[in-house]
Design a protein around this ligand. Structure first.
Ligand code: 2P0
Length: 323
């Protein structure tokens, strides 16, 4: 039995950063994201009686032990639900540059959740798939759905927590321009970095409190297509998230000179009347969120900004596709 599923990357406008329950991987703050097209991960799960253990191949090469362990943990959950023991061969391909800082773990675990469930013969609702993807990587819970998606904060022990879509992909023609500002691997992954923030940043408690107020306001501005309200809220969310990390010990500083330059370019464009705002994830790249009518000017200005090596463009896309 072989099943293939496709899921897309997403970008949080209200950021997730920090966990309320490490074992169940529950976020401490609510987050709101856009599912992005055409940034697709395609994952196949093939059951094979001859395998002694699961095998995971990523972008044409055997994956590392850490990644394989996370894939196996998700497969173990599916096998438990299906009452199965057969091992699986998992093949995954990212159709976008992972160096662009658009988390491939989000699209990857969403696609895996969809393909694995179907391959083991289960017919589960999307909320169950989203909760399973969330346990693997919280941002992956959001990539199960298309359009604008919300993931609530999890109360400790709330193992069923899933994301939910709050508007379809055609609700608002927003675009995302990614300004790539560095090459190579980032200094620390988001899971370890958010753990450091929780342990050592003096701002962590304020961040969690702020996130609970900010995410619903961001969701409302998106639902009302109110860019003037949305822009400062989105920028405050990513700036607060990065400030929490910077103030931890050890400090987590993802920014490069090109990151600052790109943020300033976006500020100048908005002051000049364009509907655009900045956001950043756990890496040095800057993502400009803008309305469709502004995207040409935004991309051109970012491409000309010192320290920006390349740009790529995305729009809001659909959720998980299985089969
Ligand atoms: C987000 N990020 O909301 C935030 C903003 C990065 C910055 O979700 O530990 O890979 O696997 O649950 O989901 C990246 O963290 O972390 C992330 P885990 P994940 O998109």
């Amino acid at each position: 039995m072989k099943v293939t599923a496709r899921a897309r990357a997403n970008i949080a406008l209200a950021k997730y950063w920090g966990k309320s329950d490490d074992a169940l991987n529950l976020p401490a703050v609510p987050s709101v994201s856009l599912t992005l097209d055409p940034l697709v991960t395609e994952t196949s799960v093939e059951l094979d009686e001859a395998l002694a253990d699961d095998v995971f191949e990523l972008d044409g090469a055997p994956a590392g032990e850490g990644e394989t362990r996370r894939v196996r943990a998700l497969l173990d959950e599916v096998r438990a639900a299906a009452g199965a023991t057969t091992r699986a061969r998992v093949t995954s391909r990212n159709d976008f540059p992972t160096a662009a800082g658009l988390a491939s773990s989000a699209s990857g675990f969403a696609a895996l959740a969809g393909a694995a469930s179907a391959a083991y013969g289960l017919d589960e609702p999307l909320a169950v798939l989203s909760a399973r993807a969330r346990r693997a990587s919280a941002s992956a819970a959001r990539s199960v759905f298309g359009g604008i998606v919300e993931l609530a904060a999890g109360a400790p022990g709330d193992d069923a927590l899933a994301a939910r879509p709050i508007a379809p992909a055609d609700h608002w023609d927003l675009r995302v321009v990614v300004a790539i500002t560095a090459a190579g691997k980032k200094p620390i992954g988001s899971r370890d970095a958010m753990g450091e923030s929780r342990r050592s940043s003096p701002y962590y408690r304020a961040w969690v409190e702020h996130g609970h107020a900010s995410a619903p306001a961001i969701a409302r501005a998106l639902l009302e297509r109110d860019f003037a309200t949305l822009a400062p809220l989105v920028e405050q969310s990513f700036l607060a998230m990065h400030a929490v990390g910077m103030a931890g010990v050890p400090s987590v500083l993802y920014w490069q000179p090109g990151s600052v330059a790109a943020i300033k370019t976006i500020g100048v464009l908005r002051a000049g009347g364009l509907e655009v705002c900045a956001t950043m994830d756990a890496g040095p790249h800057v993502k400009a969120v803008c309305t469709a009518r502004c995207v040409g000017d935004v991309r051109e200005a970012l491409a000309r900004t010192e320290g920006v090596r390349d740009t790529l463009e995305a729009r809001i896309g659909p959720g998980l596709e299985v089969g």
